[in-house]
Structure formats: structure tokens, C-alpha cells
Design a protein around this ligand. Structure first.
Ligand SMILES: [Cu+2]
Length: 401
């Protein structure tokens, strides 16, 4: 990735010529207006500087019809030109082509990733792509050791085709803005609303997409790409079940955690805290103590709610240390207060209650379905997670303990 936005100085979409013309027209008229005020100002300041003018030399001009007409008519014309070109370019952006003659793609922007959902193809398959941008890893001198990747966060479109983007953000998210500098196109993406923007790309290539509305700590990594392809190439991919035109991205526990943005809140490899708890270990002692003290009722396990106050004082401390330590070593006798529901081994008795030792698929699907509000913060729900993805993640987290 270069520092320059890809395609910025190209004419990659049908908007570019008009948009650039309107832009430069505004710039040059503004420059002319600026000079018409500032140049005479300096000239007169110099010409009538104090040591050259005696008070009695100053004439008293009450009005000058020619000048007054000029400074009224010229700005009116300038403003009318601004309005004309501003309005026609805006109309161009805001007049959507007919949906029947376009490809309509749903775009979702959320903290901090872009996702794309295509219409069903000939065999009924729906392409869903997108995910988070992976940060480049840099050493302390700012040298890139491992380049970042776009993951699979790219919007694939055919050349010379009207594309309509229907964009939204989840209700509990914030405002983003979908910006393709190379296409001169930008539109807000607002929770609970559908905004539309269209474009017609006329040059095959790859172009940067950015979020142009400050949306939180990782806003600057809310990147994606538009990949403009030849029509045949696009259609061949679209009618296939290949994840992307560049092939399938083998899903792994690790890539799922990356593409779903888990890694933005959870440390996985090392036991450090980001926004959420590290998924290297199951619980901290404080978390277990909190649940023992206050009980918990969020997940809807067959056992129902966990009542508060099942252990007190020293017993609670002892249990919490044991559970947080991964239930290794000698089991304290007081754990009998827990084993009736969580099992002797703490593994939840086959899904009746949460596994306290590891992240199994049952636990993850409860967490994805309901999210979790705890002492640490709020874990968002992921209602669309598939069973296959859940078991890959569970396996990965279990192996990684
Ligand atoms: Cu954003």
C-alpha cells in the first residue's frame, strides 16, 4: 500500500470529469475573487501610504455607479455559476439509475469493518463478503515488519455498470461514511437508516475505500477496497460460489476472529486486556467472584439463572481462585456448591450450564446469540454466526488456552 490514495488522480468513474470540473471551477473563481480584492488592497495601501498623503488630498467620493454595478453584478454571476455547477453535479450523484439496470449491493458499516451482500445469483447463492482490515505490524521505529491486509474486505464490481449501494449500520453502532476517493463518491452510513449512493466505474483496477466519518478508536483502519473487473470475469465469479474472484479464503478460527473484529476487543494469543477480556484464559478471579456474589441471568441455558450468593467469604475466594486458574490441581471442598450445576469437572454437564473451563461451541453460541453485559463491559451479539464458524472458533480458542 502506498501512501497515496489509489486512483485519486485517475478518471476511474463516470463522475470524475464533471466533479473535477466543478471543483476546479470553484477553485479558480475563488482565486480570481481573492486576487480581485487582495491585489487592489495592497496596491492602495502602498499608493496611499501615510507619508505620501496629506489629509487635504483625500477626496470624498459618495458613490460611483460603474463600480457599484460591477461589484454587484460580478459576484451575482459568480454565485450563479457556483450554483449551476454545484447543483448539476449534485443531481448527478443523487439521481439513482433504475434498479433494474443496475446491480444493487447492500453495504453494512460497523465498528470497524465493511460488509457487502450481493443479490442471489442464478443458482440462488448469496455472496457475503467483507471483514476487518488487519493493521500492519510495525517495530518501535515505525518500520513495517508485517504488512497489513485487507482481509477479504473488498467490493467486487464489473466495469461500465451501474452499481447502487444500499448502506446501513447496525442500530447500536455509530455513523460511518463510505468514501471512494477515486470515484469522487461519498455517502453517510447511518444506524437504522438506509442511504443510497451509486457509481459507474469505467476503469478496471483496485481502489481504496475509507470511512470518512470519525467513528471511534479504530476509525483509521476502517478500510476496504473496490475491485473493478471485466464483465465476463465478474459474471463468472458472481455465478459461482467462490468466496471472492481470487478464490476461497480458507476459514480458520484465527481468520474468523480477525474478520469478525473479535481481535479489536479481545487479545487472543497473549493474556492482555484490550476492551474485552483476553480469550487466552476463561475467567479472571474478579469475574468469578462477581458472578458468585451477584448471580447471572443472560444466556438462557437449560439450568436457567445462576442464583446469587452460593458461596461466601473465604469459600468464595477459594473457589474463584480455583476456577480462574483453569480448575487445575486440588479441588477445594467448597466447590461442591457449584458442581451440582456446572459438573464435577466444571464443564457444564453437556450444555446444561456454562462450561467454566474452556470456550466450547455451546458457550460461544449462547454468547453470540445474547451478547453479554458484565463487569468488564458489553460484548455485542453476533446473531448471524453459523454453527460451522462457531465450532472453528471454539476449537481454536480451546487449542490456544
Ligand atoms: Cu467508520
Amino acid at each position: 500500500m502506498s501512501n497515496k490514495l489509489e486512483g485519486f488522480s485517475s478518471s476511474a468513474s463516470s463522475f470524475n470529469a464533471d466533479m473535477d470540473f466543478a471543483f476546479w471551477l470553484h477553485v479558480w473563481i475563488s482565486v480570481a475573487l481573492f486576487l480581485s480584492v487582495v491585489v487592489p488592497m495592497f496596491y492602495f495601501a502602498w499608493k496611499y501610504r501615510a507619508d505620501k498623503v496629506k489629509n487635504e488630498d483625500v477626496g470624498n467620493l459618495t458613490h460611483h455607479t460603474g463600480l457599484e454595478l460591477t461589484w454587484t453584478i460580478v459576484p451575482i454571476i459568480a454565485v450563479m455559476i457556483f450554483f449551476y455547477y454545484g447543483n448539476t453535479t449534485m443531481q448527478m450523484f443523487r439521481t439513482m439509475p433504475a434498479e433494474s439496470q443496475s446491480i444493487v449491493i447492500n453495504v453494512e458499516g460497523s465498528k470497524w469493518k465493511w460488509k457487502y451482500e450481493y443479490p442471489a445469483n442464478a443458482s440462488g447463492y448469496v455472496h457475503k463478503i467483507g471483514g476487518v482490515f488487519k493493521k500492519p505490524v510495525m517495530d518501535e521505529n515505525g518500520k513495517v515488519i508485517e504488512p497489513g491486509t485487507m482481509g477479504i474486505s473488498a467490493l467486487y464490481v464489473p466495469v461500465n455498470t451501474n452499481i447502487i449501494l444500499k448502506m446501513s449500520a447496525p442500530l447500536d453502532d455509530v455513523i460511518h461514511s463510505y468514501y471512494i476517493p477515486a470515484f469522487r463518491m461519498k455517502e453517510d452510513v447511518v444506524p437504522g437508516r438506509t442511504t443510497k449512493q451509486w457509481f459507474n466505474a469505467n476503469q478496471v483496477g483496485e481502489y481504496d475505500v475509507e470511512c470518512a466519518e470519525y467513528c471511534g478508536t479504530l476509525h483509521s483502519y476502517m478500510y476496504s477496497k473496490v475491485v473493478v473487473m471485466e464483465k465476463d470475469e465478474y459474471n463468472a465469479w458472481f455465478n459461482s460460489t467462490q468466496e471472492t474472484p481470487k478464490g476461497n479464503f480458507a476459514k480458520t478460527g484465527d481468520s474468523l476472529l480477525r474478520d469478525n473484529g473479535c481481535k479489536q476487543c479481545h487479545a487472543i494469543e497473549k493474556d492482555t486486556r484490550l476492551i474485552g477480556p483476553s480469550l487466552k484464559t476463561r475467567f479472571s478471579k474478579e469475574q468469578v467472584l462477581d458472578v458468585i456474589k451477584n448471580g447471572q441471568d443472560q444466556f438462557g441455558y437449560p439450568m436457567g439463572a445462576m442464583p446469587a450468593g452460593l458461596a461466601l467469604g473465604k469459600d468464595a475466594e477459594e473457589i474463584a481462585a480455583y476456577v480462574a486458574g483453569g480448575m487445575k490441581g486440588q479441588q477445594p471442598a467448597s466447590f461442591s456448591a457449584c458442581s451440582s450445576c456446572h459438573g464435577e469437572d466444571g464443564k457444564g454437564m453437556g450444555g446444561m450450564s456454562p462450561n467454566l473451563v474452556g470456550y466450547d461451541a455451546t458457550l460461544l453460541s449462547q454468547v453470540f446469540k445474547h451478547g453479554k453485559e458484565g463487569t468488564i463491559g458489553r460484548m455485542p451479539a453476533y446473531p448471524d454466526m453459523t454453527e460451522e464458524d462457531i465450532s472453528l472458533i471454539a476449537e481454536y480458542l480451546d487449542k490456544n488456552k
